[in-house]
Write a new protein. Sequence first.
Length: 157
Amino acid sequence: MKDLVRCLLYLALIGIFGFVLGRLLPKSLFHGDRFPFRPFRWERDGAVYNRLGVRKWKEKVPDMSVILPKLMPSKKLPKEPSPAHIELMIRETCVAEWIHGLLCVLGFGCVFLWKGAWGWIASVLYFLGNIPDIIIQRYNRPKLTRILQRVRERDYS
């Protein structure tokens, strides 16, 4: 039981650490059109995620911008978004993807806190729990990029 509590406490702490780090990192470091954030060819600009039914379940995944609206920008686009607003949203998807990827890796710390199979099970479950968030970011980013392109074209017309 002690190992379970230590593992859960560790996962909670790295989750908090990830959230704070995501808020503190300069967004200028993240670019949706550069590796590893740009879509890979096999993703077909996010269309591959339609086969996973992302549209149906993405709204059911907890959204920290709804839970902590004063600390995170909204994921909802306004009716008339500015290019700067869309660019920020694209960078935010990169930050979220990076943080959830980092949490996937750090989650394997449970293996050292809870020796044996249960530590591995907890780590794998935490890893799998972060994958939907990464998928959502990779699904949304190409859509936001297309919207940004249309808004820029509209503004230059």
